[in-house]
Ligand binder design. Structure first.
Ligand code: TMP
Length: 253
């Protein structure tokens, strides 16, 4: 059997050539990194959990008409995705002050924001992913004004949907990051959600206790990361409460 071709290796995922032109296989590793990989560990089962949680979210986004690269999950750690041209930006949406926003502007973590705030970061590890403005994005040709408008619209739709999904299971969506890509359809191009949406790329706090259920558990040494991600999966109805039966999502009143 021929070895499949690796297309790209990132910190948490690997992309392989897909079975058909225009497709890729996205493999979720157990590696966890923070602070531009200055902190590293291997968390048993993280890749499996993120693959399942990401599948759940992307499938639901497809269901409400938010275009994304997900086609189907193929096994515990891999999903088939549509190949796209990744725009080299991280699009962050914030509902509550936390993380780098709190640090930069001196706003207490947990302070609700008057409206969702969108930020762009230029994806470049050598530069530590600096925050950039729309002016930079256009001047340096990373994306056009139309692309930016489309990315903002997508990010806000994802925010509305995810906020509701998580609120329904007792979790507050503090902030998250998406990446977008371009796909070409005849003479047209379209912007779609790419990469992953998982507890690696979101801040998720238990609504009642404020307990962190995301990668901050690893970044800040707050406990067991796979327990936190398992809790997210359990609440979304992806992991069984106990035994082998997969329950539906658990509503929290
Ligand atoms: P920040 O507060 O550190 O800027 O992070 C904002 C959001 O973006 C948070 O949900 C975590 C996510 N994020 C990533 O997915 N990848 C990254 O490299 C960073 C720095 C943040």
């Amino acid at each position: 059997m021929a070895r499949r071709r690796m297309v790209y290796e990132g910190k948490a995922k690997i992309l392989y050539e897909g079975p058909e032109p225009g497709t890729l296989i996205q493999y979720f590793k157990d590696d966890a990194t923070a602070f531009n990989a200055q902190k590293k560990d291997v968390i048993d089962g993280k890749g499996v959990l993120n693959n399942r949680i990401c599948e759940h979210i992307m499938t639901a986004l497809t269901g409400i008409g938010v275009p994304n690269h997900f086609i189907r999950r193929v096994n515990m750690r891999e999903q088939l995705i549509r190949a796209c041209e990744i725009i080299p930006l991280e699009v962050v949406v914030r509902n509550v002050a936390a993380g780098s926003l709190s640090k930069r502007l001196g706003i207490d973590e947990g302070t609700p924001l008057p409206r969702p705030i969108i930020e762009f970061y230029y994806k470049d590890d050598d530069l530590n992913d600096p925050m950039v403005t729309e002016e930079h994005v256009i001047a340096f040709n990373w994306a056009s004004q139309q692309d930016i408008d489309d990315m903002i619209a997508l990010a806000l739709r994802v925010n509305d949907f995810l906020s509701g999904l998580f609120t329904g299971v007792g979790i507050k969506l503090i902030d998250f990051k998406i990446e977008c890509g371009r796909v070409f359809e005849g003479d047209f191009q379209r912007i779609i959600v790419a990469d992953e949406i998982s507890p690696d790329s979101c801040r998720l706090w238990d609504i009642k206790t404020g307990e962190k259920l995301d990668k901050d558990v690893f970044r800040r040494d707050l406990g067991n990361l796979s327990d936190a991600y398992s809790e997210v999966a359990r609440r979304l109805g992806i992991l069984p409460e106990s035994g082998n039966k997969v329950a539906g999502p658990k509503l929290v009143h």
